[in-house]
Structures are given as C-alpha cells and as structure tokens.
Design a protein around this ligand. Structure first.
Ligand code: HEM
Ligand code: HEM
Length: 272
C-alpha cells in the first residue's frame, strides 16, 4: 500500500514536470525565438528543440514507464507491448523530423554538420533507437521467438533502453546550453536575460523528469507482476501473454508472495 501511495506521488510529479518542460520549450521558440516554419531559416531550426522535448524526451519517458501503471495490469501484456512499442515508434518519428530540421537549417546556412559533442552523441542515440525498436519487435512481438531468448535478452533490452534515454537527456542539456551561448549576444548569456533563465529552467525540468522516469523504471516493487503471480502460482500458464491480471501493489502480503514467486521462477520472469 505504502509503495502504491509513493507511486501515485512520483508518477504525476514526473508527468507534470514533462508537461511543463514541453510548455517551456514552446514558450521559448514562440516567444523568445523566431517561431516555427520550414524555410531553411531559424524558424525551421526551432522544430529541433521542440520536437526533441516532445518526442525523444517526454514520449520516450512515458513509453518507458507504461508497464508500471497498476491500472493497466488488467490489460493483456500483448496490448501493453503494442502501446510501449507504438509510443517509442512515435517518439522516433518526431526525433527524425527534428534532426532533418537541423541538418536542413545547417545546409541552407552553410554551417558545418556534426562538429559538436552534442551532435555526435545525439546522432548516436538517433541510430541506436531504431536498433532498440527492431530488437524489441523481433524478440517480444514476434510469437516465434523462444521464451529463453526473450528471457536472456530482457536485461539487455532494459539496460540499453535506459542508456539511450539517459544519453538523450544529456544530449538535450548540451544542446540547450550550446544554443543559448550561440544566440544570446546582447544581452549576453552571462548577464542572465529572461530567455536564459527560462531555458536554464527548461534544462532543470528535463533533468528532473529524466531522474524520476529512471527512478520509476528501476523500482523492483513497482514492476508489472507476472500474470501467474496475480493469478496464483497454481495457474502457472505456459503462455506468458494474454492472461488478465488481478490488482497488485495492493497489500503487503500479496507483494511478499509475489517476490517469493519471482525468486522461485528465476529468470523466466524476465521473459517479457
Ligand atoms: C544539432 C541531435 C536536442 C540544439 C544537432 C545535431 C544532432 C542533434 C544529430 C547535428 C545536426 C547537424 O550537424 O547538422 C539532438 C538530439 C537531441 C537534441 C538527439 C535530443 C534531446 C537539442 C535541444 C537543443 C539542441 C533540446 C536546444 C536548442 C542543437 C543545436 C545544434 C544541434 C544548437 C547545432 C549545433 C551542433 O551541431 O551542435 N542536434 N539534439 N538540440 N542541436 Fe540538437
Ligand atoms: C521493457 C525501453 C522498444 C518490449 C522496457 C524497459 C525499458 C524499455 C527501459 C523496462 C521497463 C520496466 O522495467 O518497467 C525501450 C526503448 C525502446 C523499446 C527505449 C525503443 C527504442 C520496445 C519494443 C518492444 C519492447 C519495440 C516490443 C514489444 C518490451 C518488453 C518489456 C520492455 C516486453 C518488459 C516489460 C516488463 O514486463 O517489465 N523497454 N523499449 N520494447 N520492453 Fe521495451
């Protein structure tokens, strides 16, 4: 119960930080910068930070915690996989448009491409992300993949997903700092004009959002229970998918028995 109450504080806080970050990014490009457009100019560049914050940060963060929402534990695992994959694919599409915008802007203005650490790490995440999606679909959505392969690759999937997400947060922080240094001339960045304060706050929001998503995704007691756990061990179905679950995270005894069952089931639990 205690655990559930904590979850109900941390999740809305994370979502609120994410929403405010998107609002700050929008206010930045619309109020302080040149607005949005697709003309090879500054307005086209502005899609870059906006879509990255909406897609690669906010949507990816939501996709990562989607299995943790207790009210979705009654939905089939297959349905949650489709939502998780769908949100990640949407995040990737927005990231691609955002990268096209910045390359287009650079080419139109004869600015060199790929010279900064921001762009190196940023492009690496944009390349690793579809690899993670393809691996996720091949291993967890295609029914022919054997359960032992799913189980063996689950720790890799979780680690690489969290690594990509953390790298995206770091990339965004580098990007906003670069952009403030490039574009604030008079008054300069070091004079802390209102734009600099707003965008520094945007950076704090992004870092805090990332921190909370990582916290939620690494709490073992907030993990979606295996169908067999909430159904009772006697109902140890051979199919890991499609079984409706009862409410979990509700009582201490249930939680303890779930942990005990997980220990007994060992690796099979991570079969996805
Ligand atoms: C450039 C990725 C977020 C500002 C780039 C480039 C990539 C990239 C690949 C290279 C484009 C080129 O060389 O033509 C990413 C990723 C982000 C992200 C994956 C994920 C969060 C941001 C944010 C800002 C930003 C939030 C804030 C304004 C810039 C700037 C450039 C740039 C100023 C041009 C200078 C440079 O190449 O470093 N970004 N970006 N980026 N990005 Fe980002
Ligand atoms: C779990 C990231 C794509 C299937 C996870 C987790 C992360 C993650 C961090 C751990 C969540 C938790 O412990 O609650 C990502 C990222 C992706 C991606 C960043 C895209 C770049 C996919 C795709 C599938 C998939 C396309 C295909 C269905 C799964 C499954 C789990 C999982 C089955 C296990 C959930 C559980 O039972 O705890 N993913 N994932 N992922 N992901 Fe993905």
């Amino acid at each position: 119960m205690e655990s559930y109450k904590q979850f109900l504080v941390v999740l809305p806080l994370a979502l609120a930080l994410g929403f405010v970050a998107v609002a700050f990014a929008l206010a930045w490009v619309l109020h302080f910068r040149e607005g949005l457009g697709w003309d090879g100019g500054a307005a086209e560049f502005n899609w870059h930070p906006l879509l990255m914050v909406i897609g690669f940060i906010f949507l990816q963060g939501v996709a990562i915690v989607v299995y943790r929402l207790p009210w979705t534990w009654r939905c089939s695992k297959q349905m949650m996989k489709l939502i998780h994959a769908g949100l990640n694919i949407l995040a990737f599409i927005l990231a691609v448009i955002s990268v096209v915008a910045v390359f287009d802007f650079h080419n139109a203005k004869n600015i060199p491409n790929m010279y900064s650490l921001h762009s190196w790490i940023g492009l690496a995440t944009v390349i690793l992300y579809p690899a993670q999606i393809v691996m996720g679909i091949a291993v967890y959505l295609i029914p022919a993949t054997p359960v032992y392969v799913r189980a063996a690759l689950m720790p890799v999937h979780i680690y690489s997903g969290l690594f990509i997400f953390t790298s995206v947060i770091a990339t965004a922080l580098m990007g906003i700092t670069e952009k403030l240094i490039f574009s604030l001339k008079s008054p300069a960045y070091k004079e802390s004009p209102p734009e600099a304060v707003l965008v520094n706050l945007l950076g704090l929001l992004i870092a805090a959002f990332g921190g909370l998503i990582l916290w939620i995704a690494t709490r073992p007691s907030w993990k979606r229970p295996r169908e067999e756990i909430t159904q009772g061990v006697s109902n140890n179905s051979s199919s890991p998918e499609g079984v409706k679950v009862g409410t979990a995270m509700t009582s201490r005894t249930e939680h303890e028995s779930s942990l005990e069952t997980r220990r007994r089931n060992g690796k099979a639990e991570e079969s996805g």
